[in-house]
Design a binder for this molecule. Structure first.
Ligand code: NAP
Length: 278
């Protein structure tokens, strides 16, 4: 019988997850289908009961349900529990297991373009995605990760919560502008610059480090203003398609035990977005 997978969120109609997962199932020869389901917050509990009753084999969870789904699952892995968000659910014989592939997906993508050892990293933002990325980066040896967020108390809370005071500090916008040239890697995780407000950037760029990596997890637009500005100053840039493909690939691996072709996933998303190289 065909296995059913999916993604729940609201809004969900523009999700590119069905495109890449259905293609990956086809490529790997699985008899499976992946479907997007629009689920409003008030219906989340019933949706999870329905997924279980219908025997859906696994599903992704996106905005706004990543945190709220946790108490509705049977088991949550350690990293997802600490991050406080689940984006991938696996149904094993009726038991629903939750995982978070955002943080690992991001870090795997980043490692494609830079090594992380002895690097100074600045994360811009302290929302849900930043939380997963910060937690995962902090597991790496020998790096320093600073945070700048519009609401400074949120970045300070994050550092305190993960007990990382020894290798992380929160900085202000003025400090971020002045000291940007100290960082080897700048990770942009806010929604600033996202379609349709594509002329916005969370930090104006004065000076950057020679050969610095600028990574933006936004993928619509394909290249944000921050990445465009950084490229002009000589940065190596990476857009959010890379994280998107890797988090999807790791979810696919949780469901099937096999990794799909991430380059093919990136290519499909790029074609869909009409992107240029980034
Ligand atoms: P979130 O939890 O709502 O966090 C939003 C972040 O953006 C917060 O740090 C917030 O700062 C900041 N922000 C929002 N508006 C701002 C403004 N006008 N000026 C300065 N800062 C502002 O959202 P999220 O789930 O982390 O997602 C953030 C972005 O990542 C979205 O664009 C999402 O599409 C993208 N994303 C991409 C992937 C991928 O696979 N590539 C995965 C997940 C998310 P405050 O704390 O001050 O409000």
């Amino acid at each position: 019988m065909k296995k059913l997978y999916g993604v729940i969120g609201a809004p969900i109609e523009h999700s590119m997850s069905p495109l890449i997962h259905n293609d990956a199932f086809h490529q790997k020869g699985y008899n499976a289908h992946y479907q997007a389901f629009h689920v409003e917050p008030k219906n989340l509990k019933e949706a999870v009961v329905g997924m279980r009753a219908l025997g859906v084999s696994g599903f992704n969870v996106t905005i706004p349900h990543k945190e709220a789904i946790i108490p509705l699952l049977d088991e949550v892995d350690d990293a997802a529990g600490r991050i406080g968000a689940v984006n991938t659910v696996v149904n094993r014989d009726g038991i629903l297991f939750g995982y978070n592939t955002d943080g690992r997906g991001y870090v795997e993508a980043l490692k494609e373009i830079t090594s992380l050892s002895n690097k100074r990293i600045l994360i811009i933002g302290a929302g849900g995605a930043a939380r997963a990325i910060f937690y995962t980066l902090a597991q790496e040896e020998g790096i320093q990760v600073d945070l700048y967020n519009r609401t400074a108390s949120k970045s300070a809370d994050l550092i305190h919560e993960f007990s990382l005071g020894h290798l992380a500090q929160t900085i202000s916008l003025d400090e971020a502008i002045e000291r940007l040239g100290d960082y080897d890697v700048v990770v942009q995780t806010t929604s600033v610059g996202m379609f349709p407000k594509t002329d916005e950037s969370p930090v104006p760029l004065k000076k950057i480090k020679q050969g610095a990596v600028f990574s933006d997890i936004i993928y619509n637009p394909y290249e944000t203003k921050l990445l465009k500005d950084a490229k002009v100053l000589g940065a190596v840039t990476q857009n959010g398609v890379h994280m998107f493909a890797y988090q999807a690939a790791l979810a696919f691996e949780h469901w099937t035990g096999h990794l799909p072709d991430t380059d093919r996933m990136k290519k499909l998303v790029k074609e869909q977005l009409g992107g240029i190289s980034c």
